[in-house]
Design a protein around this ligand. Structure first.
Ligand code: PGA
Length: 261
């Protein structure tokens, strides 16, 4: 796990956008796993701007989103599909057939989840999975206690996550109880993970993820076992890291070939 600490939120978003840009430029038919939430909005804005300047082509990129609320139609204003339309899909030249999403209205959730897993395999697997982290350490909607080997399936949100995600819905009571999410095992199968976290509210989860024991009590901690995982944080989210100075030292002394332009 490579922890990259940037002084500001803007710096962290820029770093994450550069990593995605490099991935798409190096492999124009990249399969990307995408995340929703407030954290990556600025990353999507940066990618959309690069595209609008003619500097980034999404025409061969394939995407799979991490999760969706059960019971919301894809055009519901609070659905994650709508979020992605607003922040990325409507602004870049992704081919509609290359965009994959979990269906919150699927009748047979189990079969739908199996189809999603099969579609990821059929696409050649995820090259780069973008992730956020919940305050209780979830990735996707794999809440504490999730099997670290789990696959795409139905999950029940914790009251904390419902509260954290309530802004768009008006109140925590309005947030759907259930979601469909890629599993921890599904995420771990991706070739590269890029977890982005900003703000002090994430500092404890980030520290436990990077420096605590690997445990289903904090599902993101399994990323310590991922062969290529970058964690990009601002100073706020880095506030509880014991090895922060070492991570900065590593970054500052990167060999030239590892540096992003
Ligand atoms: P946030 O959500 O970006 O809105 O903080 C992150 C997450 O829950 O994974």
């Amino acid at each position: 796990m490579e922890v990259i600490i940037k002084a500001t939120v803007a710096g962290a978003l820029e770093e994450a956008a550069k990593i995605l840009r490099r991935q798409i430029r190096q492999k124009p038919d990249s399969v990307l796993g995408l995340a929703t939430g407030s954290t990556p909005i600025g990353v999507y804005a940066a990618l959309a701007q690069l595209h609008q300047q003619g500097d980034l082509d999404f025409s061969r990129v394939v995407t799979f989103n991490l999760d969706e609320y059960v019971g919301l139609a894809s055009d519901h204003p609070c659905s994650y599909r709508q979020f992605m339309r607003q922040h990325l899909f409507g602004k870049v030249n992704l081919a509609p057939g290359n965009v994959h999403f979990l269906d919150g209205l699927a009748r047979d959730v189990t079969a739908h989840c199996a189809e999603y897993e099969a579609a990821i395999v059929h696409a050649g697997g995820i090259d780069l999975q973008l992730l956020g982290i919940g305050r209780e350490g979830h990735i996707g909607f794999n809440e504490p206690g999730s099997s670290l080997a789990s696959r795409t399936r139905l999950k029940t949100l914790t009251p904390q996550t419902a509260q954290d995600n309530s802004k768009a819905f008006g109140s925590a009571d309005q947030v759907p109880r259930h979601v469909i999410t890629m599993g921890v095992g599904t995420i771990m199968d991706s070739r590269q993970c890029l977890l982005l976290a900003t703000g002090q509210a994430k500092a404890e989860a980030v520290a436990r993820m990077a420096e605590g024991p690997i445990t289903a009590d904090l599902p993101a901690s399994i990323l310590q076992m991922h062969p290529v995982c970058k964690v990009v944080v601002d100073a706020g989210a880095a506030g509880r890291l014991k090895r922060a100075e070492y991570y900065r030292w590593v970054y500052d002394n990167k060999p030239a070939w590892q540096r992003l332009d």
